[in-house]
Design a protein around this ligand. Structure first.
Ligand code: ASP
Ligand code: MG
Length: 412
């Protein structure tokens, strides 16, 4: 069981979490619980580090920000004990959750689940584990996994103890076909395949940290996204169908739809380099400096040259990096060689996702027609095996999302 920041935001909510845990324990399950810091806590700790010194030691940053989860783990163990559940808290280093040394963005290298399993067997003891943190063995220093990292902690722990399922309790009751604030008819999905969830998560559906879904896919951990705000007493712990969304292997999904969901992001900017030289090394001259500046390039579209000499190249970057990207390209003008740069920051990317696309032709063609009927101009298109994305004017985002949601029968 994993509980996010809003679910443990105060002592009352921690009591609510404890009742969820007790319900599962009473049903005879062995339980490991991973907790986040109280809502807003990590932001506060990060701000303190910045305030202390703009250029701070990443190892000390981790020592500070890991503390939020330590507090909630201890508090939950206290509350569990007070309602008669045997429990103890664990910090990352105590298990240990061994990670790389990349402070602030460490990767989990291994977790030994034996001690936790032994305690399930011998004492029926619930393990309350601080998410988001681990230890770098060689240096003995505390590490953190990057923002939102306790999802990843939870899936990794689930794999290490061979859990039947990893339940992510959060402030939404599952994964939706699209953002319900934009499309009120958006539906909660009963199941979604790992690959689809990976696309949705990386495209900005902020339900789970992308890395946690990746980990679930690799280790075949079934992940169940569900609400922590339901009354714990109202849930039958033996039910196979509590409300929520199961992220699982595609084989487990019997009635696979062609399209599963629509994602969108308005934080995009488009940059087009006109009449760039068409010769080996030019793409490297453009994207090398962008990579060095740690700018994440997303869509890349290059045309085949007509005259064999020059062509146009378009790509997108996060809106926040728009000006910096323009500067980087401007500085490299002599090595790249081009006529001019055009850009737009009021653009949005809308993406259609579904494993069924692998075996169905014409899925994207339908979308192009529907968008044209609404007079929405497409600036650029990219596709992969199970998704396609269109870049459009940001003003049309909602209209495009609603149009596509209806087009693929997701309204029903
Ligand atoms: N507390 C950490 C954060 O806010 C980790 C998490 O909540 O997943 O990033
Ligand atoms: Mg989170």
């Amino acid at each position: 069981m994993k509980f996010g920041g809003t679910s443990v935001a105060d002592i009352d909510r921690i009591r609510n979490v404890a009742r969820h845990v007790k319900r599962e324990v009473d049903a005879g399950h062995d339980v490991a619980v991973v907790v986040s810091a109280m809502a807003g806590k990590t932001n506060e700790l990060v701000a303190w580090c910045r305030d202390a010194s703009a250029l701070h030691d990443a190892r000390e940053y981790d020592a500070v920000v890991a503390s939020g989860e330590q507090v909630t783990a201890g508090l939950l163990a206290i509350v569990l004990q007070s309602i008669g559940v045997t429990a103890r808290s664990w910090q990352g280093w105590q298990i240990p959750i061994v990670t790389s040394h990349a402070h602030g963005a460490a990767r989990i290298l291994g977790i030994d689940g034996d001690e936790l399993i032994k305690r399930f067997k011998e004492r029926k003891e619930v393990a309350v584990i601080a998410g988001f943190q681990g230890i770098h063995k060689e240096s003995g220093r505390v590490t953190t996994l990057g923002r939102g990292g306790s999802d990843t902690s939870a899936v990794a722990i689930a794999a290490a103890i061979h859990a039947d399922r990893c339940d992510i309790y959060t402030d939404v009751d599952g994964v939706y076909t699209t953002d319900p604030r934009v499309v009120p008819k958006a539906r909660r999905l009963d199941k979604i395949a790992f690959e689809e969830m990976l696309e949705l998560a990386s495209l900005g559906a902020k339900v789970m940290q992308v890395r946690s879904v990746e980990l679930g896919m690799v280790h075949k951990v079934r992940i169940f996204v569900r609400s922590s705000f339901e009354k714990p007493e109202d849930i039958d712990p033996m039910s196979n169908h509590p409300p929520g969304t199961l992220i699982c292997d595609e084989e487990e999904i019997v009635e696979q739809q062609v399209v599963t969901g629509i994602a969108f992001s308005k934080d995009e900017a488009q940059i087009s380099i006109r009449r760039v030289q068409d010769k080996p090394g030019v793409a490297a001259a453009i994207f090398g400096p962008l990579a060095e500046a740690s700018i994440n390039v997303d869509m890349i579209v290059q045309n085949v040259s007509a005259d064999g000499k020059t062509t146009d190249l378009t790509f997108t970057v996060p809106a926040a990096d728009y000006q910096r990207s323009m500067d980087v390209i401007g500085k490299a003008r002599d090595t790249i060689g081009f006529d001019r740069i055009d850009g737009a920051s009021d653009v949005a990317k809308v993406s259609v996702i579904g494993i069924g696309m692998r075996s169905h032709a014409g899925v994207a063609a339908q979308a192009f027609k529907a968008l044209a009927d609404r007079n929405i101009n497409i600036r650029a298109i990219t596709t992969s095996e199970i998704k396609f994305s269109v870049l459009i004017d940001a003003a049309y985002t909602e209209l495009a999302v609603r149009t596509l949601h209806a087009l693929y029968g997701l309204d029903k």
